[in-house]
Write a protein that binds this ligand. Structure first.
Ligand code: AMP
Ligand code: GLY
Length: 421
């Protein structure tokens, strides 16, 4: 089989490494991929949102199956466009990807179907939003409606901060068109859990739970990033909570989407907060999380391609989805200065052992040498019998990944370790 994976980050590298384990896979193309992915797939210089070019490439090269991994091509209808040409895909169509593409849509969906989430108001008019904030309880959370690279969420401690945030989004277009509509919602507290789930639109098969570390600095300080590291499974996510989430959140969401004639097929990411009043949805993503995928897929025992095709074909109910009863930890190495400004173009080197454990997120190949080319550069994952050992091993392996001005958090997994005790 010839596969095409759309995207070019650490998540895509992890997906490609898992797909390669299937003996029926002859060739994997990645659009655009990256310098590290080039070790495992054939990279083609087509951007993830260049949908016409992706469709032309897939048709000309007789691609048997495509995996569309990032949010933007999904929201832009990449799956719809490929399917129109008869190419089966993993990932939701645009009318279902809206569950991530519009926070107003997802909040209204949850309200309509009684799925637990923070209470909220939606505004398209700045004066009305400002007026609402005069009496809204603080802290409060201001969210841009559309995709904003994970940066469109402001936790405002004071009225002034909240007003500044809505003004930036609605009047100063800080997040472009994404912020012309804003959601203002209740501030929730509790441990956060990421649950990625396979679905064919009828049944849901949750993957092993994980914990992201979103802030740039140790002890959850500094700016929000795409994620500085992950561990799996998440110790807060007990079997009882998993059962409750299946009943109150996962199945109701899949059924709601079907009822709205927006059947969701692919990977649905539930960003949950375990509040004192039970688990609530913080956000939905229409795709695998990054770096969550870099700990979840290394724990997958069943064949990824078989599961993905079962999601597409509607046969997930009879397809095994099993995970190893082990622990995984992924440590991200980023360019110093990320998520703000940083320098690129430094030589990236990895020992053989480190390279086998590392997914490359931001690097390019130049004259056969890897050079850093992004904020997050690598993710190094270790799988061990205990969380403690996985953390130690991930840091040890990550030390074999070298580039100038590299930055990692030193406490990935520590919160989870403390929770276990
Ligand atoms: P999101 O991009 O929606 O995942 O939000 C980014 C982060 O903001 C989340 O991981 C949470 O830590 C935080 N957050 C989002 N919504 C809320 C909320 N209603 N209450 C408290 N924290 C929130
Ligand atoms: N790590 C968070 C995300 O993928 O959205």
């Amino acid at each position: 089989m010839k596969l095409l994976v759309v995207g070019g980050g650490g998540r895509e590298h992890a997906i490609i490494r898992s797909l390669k384990k299937n003996p029926d896979v002859e060739t994997i193309y990645a659009a655009p991929g990256n310098g590290g992915i080039a070790q495992d797939a054939i990279c083609v210089p087509i951007g993830a949102t260049e949908i016409e070019k992706i469709v032309a490439f897939a048709t000309e090269n007789k691609i048997d199956y495509a995996v569309v991994a990032p949010d933007d091509p999904l929201v832009l209808g990449c799956v719809d466009a490929l399917e129109e040409k008869g190419i089966p895909c993993f990932g939701p169509r645009a009318n279902a990807a809206i569950i991530e593409g519009s926070k107003a849509f997802s909040k209204n969906l949850m309200k309509k179907y009684g799925i637990p989430t923070a209470t909220y108001e939606i505004f398209t008019d700045l004066p009305k939003a400002l007026e609402y904030l005069e009496t809204a309880p603080m802290p409060t959370v201001v969210k841009a409606d559309g995709l904003a690279l994970g940066k469109g969420v402001i936790i405002a401690q004071t009225r002034e901060e909240a007003k500044q945030a809505v003004t930036d989004m609605m009047a100063n277009a800080k997040f472009g068109k994404s912020g012309s509509t804003v959601v203002i919602e209740e501030f929730l507290t509790g441990p956060e859990v990421s649950v990625l789930a396979f679905t064919d639109g009828k049944v849901v098969r949750p993957m092993v739970s994980s914990m992201d570390h979103k802030r740039a600095g140790d002890n959850d300080t500094g700016l929000n990033t795409g994620g500085m590291g992950t561990i799996a499974p998440n110790p807060y996510y007990t079997e009882d909570i998993a059962k409750q989430c299946m009943k109150e959140i996962f199945l109701p969401t899949i059924r709601a989407m079907k009822k709205e004639k927006r059947t969701f097929k692919g990977c649905l990411y539930f960003g949950l907060m375990l509040t004192p009043n039970g688990p609530k949805v913080i956000e939905y993503n229409c795709r695998f999380g990054d770096p969550e995928t870099q700990v979840v897929l290394p724990l997958l025992k069943s064949d990824l391609l078989t599961i993905m095709m079962a999601c597409t074909n509607g046969t997930l109910a009879k397809t095994p989805v099993r995970f190893a009863k082990k622990h995984a930890c992924c440590v991200i190495k980023a360019s110093k200065g990320y998520p703000e400004s940083y320098k690129k173009g430094y030589k990236l080197s990895m020992s053989d052992r480190a390279a086998r454990a590392t997914f490359v997120a931001g690097a390019k190949l130049e004259n056969g040498k890897l050079l850093t080319a992004g904020g997050r550069v690598t993710g190094t994952t270790a799988v061990r019998g205990t969380l403690e050992d996985a953390i130690t091993a991930a840091y040890r392996l990550s030390a074999g990944v070298k580039f100038a001005n590299a930055y990692s958090r030193s406490d990935i997994g520590q919160k989870a370790l403390a929770a276990k005790k």
